[in-house]
Design a protein around this ligand. Structure first.
Ligand SMILES: Nc1ncnc2c1ncn2[C@@H]1O[C@H](COP(=O)(O)OP(=O)(O)OP(=O)(O)O)[C@@H](O)[C@H]1O
Ligand SMILES: O=c1[nH]c(=O)c2[nH+]cn([C@@H]3O[C@H](COP(=O)(O)O)[C@@H](O)[C@H]3O)c2[nH]1
Ligand SMILES: NC(=O)CC[C@H](N)C(=O)O
Ligand SMILES: [Mg+2]
Length: 522
């Protein structure tokens, strides 16, 4: 539980029943300045509600059916709090079920766009639709409500969902069959805003300007006069963490930048120079290429690569922490890393890949953690960075994974392959910047493929490696779309890479979204 922010700000509690889009509820609320937290349904109980009383509760959608054996339930205390409750899809059905109505399957499955017709004026739909008017909404369900609990009545319906909008205005309980949180419900954000502001009376007291001061105060309180080390990658998360810490505790902070030999062309110099020129913060430049690249020799399995790199990061941080007698380790952990709800629908979720973060450190290093960004989403971190005056070069930087180029060379990593990849990647990014596309793209990079193919250059035969270009748009890296470059742009990049990089004679463009692909190849 992120107790601190919940103590200071009015809280909207989001109870997660495992919907794929629960995070979007939180995003929509944060965008309108309302502080919210997502908690799995089975972690919400009377004690938790008493410790951090919410001003409003939203019950998310979910994959289960309320009549299934063992289907998730909302803590009954939620309905006794006297605060507004909004149930969305499964959340609507579970509320209906628990309050004395019925919801069941066996109806036409609705998936996608639907037209909602409002039957009467509704506070939830102020500014969205009036009686007799329609609104476009997005549905995704197979079950639906079939009998309402006492106190409820229908405020709106669609062709496939006669109970699309249910309300008990006296208790301020509302239920929606559709998903207001997704972009495909064009006025969904206004519906959520009506719920938290108009119906629940929340002020919307969440802003990055306020957060900055609170975070600084909390860091001071936590750290006292102890020393802190912060792993600095030049990425936006660790940079914002470092600057926030520096504002809070000044020269008690030392940053450690690890050059593991898996960085992009010119990156180490760029990060170190930019940082040293802009800030007067002690920065250790740890040159560890031999240690990392050496340990990766012969390693081809993606998970083994990641674990090897994670372990070596630990070693390096450990050594530096000992050197300066640090008691604390600062991390740029973000809210999506903290949310525990992904596994709601049945046991722990599968591990797709082990993201490197410094999370493995504390036990072995006996360092206490400082994680000032734990409550934030990536775009909020960027806003906080701007608030702290970070140069645009830091704030707008594409994410770069901790294991670096190691996970962009399927198969074995060798110094030669790293050189080839660096050269191709530098051309690609240079062309993206030159075309003015860098800020439109979430992340762009090159992958060196373990494939050789025959080519013809200067009338001679070549038998060289292929590479794949990747570029995606995203809001938080959880889902991603392929960036639609023009054919002319792609041809220009391909021409330059094959012409200028010895060792590559073929270039492909990766057109896989996430899901089903992940952003990185390993
Ligand atoms: N080369 C590095 N040197 C030191 N610390 C690193 C390095 N790479 C990663 N880290 C540490 O691991 C953490 C996780 O890396 P991650 O890539 O998620 O965040 P970031 O680099 O700060 O931001 P971004 O996601 O924008 O790249 C960083 O916050 C940083 O503390
Ligand atoms: O710090 C990190 N350590 C990692 O091990 C790691 N793996 C992937 N990424 C970044 O996370 C986002 C989602 O990546 P995937 O779709 O490949 O899982 C993308 O932005 C990836 O670049 C990582 N970041
Ligand atoms: N999106 C949802 O919450 C779906 C609810 C339920 N699992 C159904 O299929 O109807
Ligand atoms: Mg990074």
């Amino acid at each position: 539980m992120t107790a601190e922010a919940a103590d200071i700000h009015e809280l909207c509690l989001i109870v997660d029943f495992g919907s794929q889009v629960t995070q979007l509820i939180a995003r929509r609320l944060r965008e309108i300045g309302v502080y919210c937290e997502i908690h799995p349904f089975d972690r919400v109980d009377a004690a938790m509600l008493a410790a951090h009383p919410p001003k409003a509760v939203i019950l998310s959608g979910g994959p289960a059916s309320v009549e299934d054996e063992g289907a998730p339930r909302a803590a009954p205390e939620i309905f006794e709090l006297g605060v507004p409750v909004l149930g969305i899809c499964y959340g609507q059905m579970v509320m209906v079920h628990q309050l004395g109505g019925r919801a069941e399957g066996g109806h036409i499955r609705e998936f996608g766009r639907a037209e909602l017709r409002l039957a009467e004026p509704s506070e939830l739909f102020e500014g969205v639709a009036g009686p007799g008017e329609t609104a476009e909404v997005w549905m995704s369900h197979g079950d639906r409500v079939s009998a309402m609990p006492p106190g409820f009545h229908v405020q709106g319906a669609s062709e496939g969902a006669p109970y699309a909008v249910l309300a008990d205005p006296a208790r301020r309980f509302y239920g929606l069959m559709f998903h207001p949180e997704v972009a495909h419900t064009p006025k969904g954000a206004a519906i959520l805003e009506n719920f938290v502001r108009r119906i629940a009376g929340m002020k919307g007291d969440w802003s990055m300007a306020a957060y900055r001061d609170e975070a600084i105060a909390r860091i001071r309180e936590q750290v006292g006069d102890a020393r802190v080390i912060c792993g600095l990658s030049g990425g936006v998360d660790s940079s914002v963490t470092a600057i926030l810490l520096h504002e809070a505790i000044g020269d008690q902070l030392t940053c450690v930048f690890v050059d593991h030999g898996l960085l992009r062309q010119g990156e180490a110099e760029e990060v170190v120079t930019l940082f040293r020129d802009t800030y007067n913060i002690p920065l250790v430049h740890a040159e560890e290429a031999d240690r990392f690249v050496g340990a990766l020799a012969g390693v081809t399995d993606p998970e083994t690569k990641r674990k090897t790199i994670g372990r070596l990061f630990i070693e390096v941080f450990d050594e530096h922490a000992k050197g300066i007698e640090a008691d604390f380790l600062a991390q740029g952990t973000l809210y999506p890393d903290v949310i525990e709800s992904v596994s709601v629908s049945g046991g722990p979720s599968v591990t797709i890949k082990s993201h490197h973060n410094v999370g493995g450190l504390p036990e072995r290093m006996k360092l206490k953690l400082v994680e000032p960004l734990r409550e934030l989403f990536k775009d909020e971190v960027r806003a906080l960075g701007r608030e702290l005056g970070l140069p645009p070069a830091f704030v707008g930087r594409h994410p770069f994974p901790g294991p670096g180029l190691a996970i962009r060379i399927p198969g074995e990593i060798t110094p030669e392959r790293l050189e080839i990849l660096r050269a191709a990647d530098a051309i690609y990014l240079e062309e993206i910047r030159r075309a003015g596309l860098y800020d439109e793209i979430w992340q762009a990079f090159t992958v060196l493929l373990p494939v050789r193919s025959v080519g013809v250059m200067g009338d001679g035969r070549t038998y060289d490696q292929a590479c794949a270009l990747r570029a995606v748009t995203s809001v938080d890296g959880m889902t991603a779309d392929v960036y639609p470059f023009t054919p002319a742009f792609l041809s220009r990049v391909a021409g330059r890479i094959v012409g200028e990089v010895r060792g590559i004679n073929r270039v492909t463009y990766d057109i896989t979204s996430k899901p089903p692909g992940t952003i990185e190849w390993e």
